[in-house]
Design a protein around this ligand. Structure first.
Ligand code: SAM
Length: 377
């Protein structure tokens, strides 16, 4: 991947990104970083690149001309018009997800502002997206550029020793990382948790997941109950949905994740009860781009242990042609918001080997139960 940085301080970028893991990856040719000094493109005889703001206010504003000519040199040299980001405290805050998205690009151009910022017209002319590295203000875009390039680069194949290194870290799966320990086993009277030294991989993985969820809940509860960014995914079912609901529910009972099929009349009966407002039931259609992409069937019970309403996620199904958009994940998050003030817990059943579904549920904060389930009909 290539990064082209437009800056007034190219040495700052180069120095930071020539060290350690990113420096080595540059040497290996996995990524390249080229800097364009905006000052080299000014037409001002005193090499100025900024001027006072119209309308008053403190500080200086970087002018359009030097940035535009710099950008033209960049696009001519590379014979393309790369996706262009302006680093700015008012941009979308950089997240692991955004960095992963940007890491798919072959070429990224980055504009670093300085002083009080840059003339809006150049942003309107060349910039595709504004990105901030956090809700605070720095003196220039160079450090944010290094932060963003570092974060994107370590997700490029070959940069880290093992790809899983970043997949297991904080934020990749929406959770923060569990605590880590190394030698010695006892330091300053503090011991490494015994379980991590015993070598039982299943227990260690369980411990890590539980710690991860507990730490996220404590430090960043907003990550677990994140507001849903897109338009609403869920809507109530209507009579017209009956044929599609029947089709989807039948398909759901034929998926490998379900152990038993059921008689068709159960599906009809459930749909009738949903529409008649049975208080034990609730159901939603999952929508994507104004089409029905799946459904979710819920039932309500009371839990003394949980201290209130328990929502059972009875069925959650996404039609094959809509998979790959994280709709199950988004639908569940929306559901948690809908029940935020009423439910104290959610329950569901999942087969031992349904790894994909389990990954989603763990990511959303579910954990296994110590109880075995029993049934009488
Ligand atoms: N006047 C601007 C404002 O209030 O939004 C702040 C300008 S700041 C002092 C100078 C430059 O630093 C910006 O143009 C931007 O490129 C960079 N910068 C500062 N804080 C940043 C942040 N949190 N994320 C990304 N870039 C930032």
């Amino acid at each position: 991947m290539k990064f082209s940085v437009m800056t007034l301080f190219p040495e700052m970028i180069d120095r930071v990104l020539n060290e350690s893991i990113i420096g080595r990856a540059r040497k290996k040719g996995i990524l390249s970083v080229e800097c364009f000094n905006i000052r080299d493109y000014t037409q001002d005889k005193h090499r100025r690149v900024d001027d006072y703001p119209f309308g008053g206010g403190g500080g200086m504003i970087m002018q359009c001309q030097p940035i535009y000519d710099c950008y033209r040199a960049l696009t001519e040299k590379n014979a393309n018009k790369p996706y262009t980001v302006y680093l700015s405290p008012r941009g979308n805050v950089l997240t692991q997800k955004k960095a992963k998205e940007l890491s798919q690009l072959p070429h990224l151009a980055i504009l670093c502002g300085h002083y009080e910022g840059v003339d809006q017209r150049i942003l309107d002319e060349i910039v595709d997206e504004e990105i901030s590295i956090g809700d605070y203000v720095l003196t220039g875009g160079e450090l944010p550029a290094c932060v963003m390039i570092d974060c994107i680069s370590r997700m490029l194949p070959g940069v880290l020793a093992e790809e899983s290194s970043y997949e297991e870290e904080s934020h990749y799966n929406g959770l923060l990382e569990h605590p880590q320990y190394t030698q010695p086993r006892v330091w300053n009277g503090r011991e490494v948790p015994e379980l991590l030294t015993e070598g039982n991989h299943r227990l260690m993985e369980k411990w890590k997941r539980e710690q991860s969820i507990a730490i996220t809940k404590k430090m960043r509860p907003d990550l677990i109950r994140r507001p849903i960014p897109d338009d609403k995914r869920l809507r109530f079912m209507k009579e017209e949905d009956r044929p599609l609901y029947l089709e989807m529910a039948t398909a759901f009972y034929n998926t490998p994740g379900v152990l038993h099929t059921i008689p068709q009349e159960h599906i009809h009966k459930t749909f009738d009860n949903i529409l008649s407002g049975n208080p034990y039931l609730n159901a939603y259609m999952i929508q994507f781009e104004k089409k029905v992409a799946g459904y979710c069937l819920l039932s309500h019970t009371w839990s003394q242990e949980g201290g209130g309403l328990t929502v059972w996620i009875e069925e959650l199904y996404v039609r094959p042609e809509f998979r790959g958009h994280k709709l199950a994940d988004k639908a569940l998050r929306e559901l948690f918001n809908l029940y935020e003030d009423t439910a104290c817990r959610y329950r569901l059943e999942v087969t031992e080997d349904n790894r994909i579904a389990k990954k989603i549920y763990y990511r959303l904060g579910f954990k296994g139960l110590d109880y075995q389930q029993m049934i009488k009909e």
